[in-house]
Design a protein. Structure first.
Length: 455
């Protein structure tokens, strides 16, 4: 089979490149190869009843399939160069913002109309944060919510399905370089193309490093973020979340001058398990629909750990720490802040007696046995700093779930066209290490499609 363009991976990066390709060059023959299932067939077997924990499916329905890792996410599209990736380093800040706004227009016109756009600009919270040694990052955020995000994906698939050939449950095993293009090789099939867009996200990170090795593409890897997910009564953060929805706040610790930051804030949301390469970590969701809202807000507190040469296994370091929590707790561990401060583990009785009803059934335990002291100290310092702008954050009953790990893909060496050292082989989205978010991954897809279209 021969195509003009083959896209590997149907996450936001792959979807938006396909969308833009058929818009800009409708005559091009485009195929998408995806390891996971179509959207409607993506079901995680954990039902809390018969299946309580991860049974390690061949492809994880949460991370893989049409919509990628973002399909069941909270659908927060942050339009900013301050976080979410470094796309601007390749294409410039103005262009990056313009593409993120374009992605927002597409989302809004495909089911996202009626959802809210929040903004930090001109807000009084910037000053309040500054007065308390905290920095509020600038962003506009479109909050689709898990439910509307799903609807947008359904509409996008509807629009693409007759114009693009989709191959689901077809993981690509190898890419071979030809004289004028590439051969994409799967277990039971293969196809050729002139241009190849690789958009395999976080779940494809190990595969990506193998491809880079095979094709002699330079890479670099040195960062992992580690921390906990905090859950507290929604009213404690409501003055911030009502106005900003999500606030990205950064704190520089006094002791080690490490950076701790809030990440993925879910007002009235739930805490969830996440499975990365068989290791259970923690994450969070929230819903747009009133009926699904809870009385709690959750967000992650993460400490960025940068390693220097020659250490290259930053993700393995994060995985080892997450594995420790799985070993001690059989999965995610939950601890009351008051118990952590008193140097004792939480138990079910103390959690039940607390004022906060946990939204995730995790094992009560002691996070200080899992996270390195330096990281734990940074998190505790930041909880007290946040307590000054949102009194109640440092209450004894505040729940900490661990561990939350933000893995970073290794960075693939790319030129300003997001092209590797091989002409016509592009790497986009989180798999490139350039992006770590829905907006940036989607924008990188649009950008490369336009490069191929000759713009
Ligand atoms: C629970 C959760 C919540 C999140 N919430 C947010 C949020 O609110 N806001 C935000 O900005 N970001 C969020 N993120 C991150 C966001 O989902 C990612 O940044 C985004 O999905 C990256 O898009 P991508 O297309 O690069 O990769 P992905 O979405 O990871 O898609 C990659 C696709 O490639 C496929 N693939 C991998 N290897 C192969 C192969 N060899 N052959 C064929 N296919 C392959 C995978 O199956 C997958 O479907 C969240 C992530 C998770 C897990």
């Amino acid at each position: 089979m021969k195509y003009d363009v083959i896209i590997i991976g149907a996450g936001p990066g792959g979807i938006f490149s396909a969308y833009e390709l058929i818009r800009k060059c409708p005559d091009k023959k485009v195929a998408v190869y995806e390891a996971g299932y179509p959207l409607e067939k993506r079901h995680c077997p954990i039902d809390g009843d018969k299946v309580k924990s991860c049974i390690h499916c061949e492809t994880c329905a949460i991370m893989s399939g049409f919509g990628g890792a973002g399909a069941f996410s909270d659908g927060k599209y942050n339009i900013t160069n301050d976080f979410g990736g470094t796309l601007y380093e390749f294409i410039g800040k103005e262009k990056a913002l313009e593409l993120m706004r374009y992605v927002d227009d597409i989302n809004v016109s495909h089911g996202g109309e009626g959802t809210r756009m929040y903004s930090t600009s001109g807000s009084e919270f910037k000053k309040l944060c500054m007065q308390n040694k905290l920095t509020l990052l600038d962003a506009s955020v479109r909050h689709l919510g898990t439910d509307i995000n799903y609807i947008v994906l359904e509409h996008l698939f509807e629009e693409l399905k007759d114009k693009v050939e989709f191959f689901f449950r077809t993981p690509v095993e190898r890419i071979e370089k030809l004289e004028d293009g590439y051969k994409v090789i799967c277990k039971d099939c293969e196809a050729e193309c002139k241009d190849c867009i690789v958009s395999v996200g976080r779940s494809g990170s190990k595969w990506m490093s193998k491809i880079c090795e095979d094709l002699d593409i330079a890479t670099r890897s040195n960062r992992v973020d580690l921390g906990v997910r905090v859950e507290l009564p929604a009213v404690i953060f409501s003055h911030l979340t009502d106005k900003l929805y999500e606030s990205k706040i950064v704190y520089r610790t006094e002791k080690f001058e490490d950076q701790v930051r809030t990440f993925c804030m879910n007002p009235n949301g739930i805490v969830v398990n996440e499975n990365t390469n068989g290791i259970v970590t923690v994450n969070g969701h929230s819903f747009e629909g009133e009926d699904k809202k809870t009385e709690n807000t959750n967000f992650a507190l993460l400490v960025a750990k940068h390693f220097s040469e020659p250490f290259k296994e930053s993700n393995e370091y994060g995985e080892s720490i997450a594995r420790l929590s799985n070993m001690l707790g059989g999965g995610v561990i939950v601890q009351r802040f008051g118990d952590l401060e008193r140097g004792r583990r939480s138990n079910q009785k103390r959690i039940d007696e607390g004022t906060i009803r946990p939204t995730l059934a995790a094992t009560p335990g002691d996070l200080s046995l899992v996270l390195p002291k330096r990281i734990m100290d940074g998190i505790i310092e930041m909880i007290y700093a946040l307590d000054k702008i949102a009194p109640g954050t440092a209450n004894d009953d505040t729940l900490l779930y661990g561990v939350e790990v933000k893995f970073y893909n290794m960075e693939v060496r790319l030129n300003e066209r997001l092209e590797t050292n091989h002409k016509g082989l592009y790497v986009i989205g989180d798999g490139s290490g350039v992006t770590h978010s829905l907006s940036h991954a989607s924008a990188s897809g649009i950008y490369v499609a336009r490069q191929i279209a000759g713009e």
